[in-house]
Ligand binder design. Structure first.
Ligand code: HPA
Length: 278
């Protein structure tokens, strides 16, 4: 198999999903580490294990269920990726972002992407929600951009604009949803690193210097693919831990999963409120 995903592989996966569902999804959702339980809120759900979908990347990480949930949330047709795959698992960028292409082929023109992230901004604490208003594609700067390779003209242009990765109208609706629920939220810039090792104190100070508010190991590749295809994106980080800029504390994956328990109800409120306003 080629390093790059082909239209045929995307269509095979889309056909397999289409054969199992009756509704046409309009909104794709990707749930990050510890945040998968949000999929339990989907009504009339059809659940498809990832292993049943041809060419699909299979998650190897604890805290990621590895299935698709298709149904209704706040009256909207959604397709939810409960457990994503990451670059550090060994897959190519094309493979980890393939689900976004498939969502678009199935009919989605909107994407809600969530993740667990470490706080760089000293004002942020574990349990906070952060709406993404921009990102730093540090993996991409290193050469691992998901658009590397032949351009898929079916979706977009060779050199896509990235001036508005996160949709301004979506951000406004998400802020409104939080305010109406009396739920405080943060807003900021998400920096993507490859992982799986967490950052050193010097790396965290560097991220702080270049303007990152939160750091994580996902999301940005999916957002770039979505924007290449013209999908509108809402991005939300669940802050799971404080980044230790002075090296005085350690960070663990268990901590990330534990924070998810506090974050899921908040994220559910935010996303339900947002969907109801769409
Ligand atoms: N760093 C990188 N990725 C993460 C973190 C972190 O502190 N927390 C959750 N994902």
């Amino acid at each position: 198999m080629s390093e790059f995903i082909t239209m045929q592989e995307i269509n095979q996966a889309a056909d397999a999903i289409r054969a199992r569902i009756t509704l046409k999804p309009e909104i794709g959702m990707i749930l990050g580490s510890g945040l998968g339980d949000l999929a339990d809120s989907v009504e009339d759900a059809v659940v498809i294990p990832n292993a049943h979908i041809p060419n699909w990347p299979l998650s190897t990480v604890h805290g990621h269920k590895g299935r698709l949930v298709i149904g209704k949330l706040e009256g909207k047709n959604v397709i939810v990726l409960q457990g994503r795959t990451h670059f550090y698992e060994g897959y190519g960028m094309g493979k980890i972002t393939m689900p976004v292409r498939v969502m678009q082929v199935l009919g989605c023109d909107k994407l809600v992407v969530t993740n667990a992230a470490g706080a760089i901004n000293p004002e942020f604490v574990p349990g906070d929600l952060m709406l993404l208003n921009d990102h730093l594609n540090l993996i991409g700067f290193g050469g691992a951009n998901p658009l590397k390779g032949p351009n898929m003209e079916e979706f977009g242009v060779r050199f896509p604009d990235m001036s508005q990765p996160y949709d301004k109208e979506f951000l406004r609706l998400a802020r409104e949803a939080c305010n109406e629920a009396d739920m405080p939220f943060q807003e900021g810039v998400y920096a993507s690193i490859a992982g799986p090792s967490f950052e050193t104190p010097a790396e965290l100070r560097y991220l702080h210097t270049i303007g990152a508010d939160a750091v994580g190991m996902s999301t940005v590749p999916e957002v770039i693919i979505a924007r290449h295809g013209g999908m509108r994106v809402l991005g939300v980080s669940g802050i799971s831990n404080k980044a230790n800029l002075d090296g005085s504390t350690i960070t663990t994956h268990d901590e990330v999963l534990e924070a998810g328990k506090v974050l899921v109800p908040k994220l559910t409120t935010l996303i339900r409120g947002f969907l109801a306003k769409l």
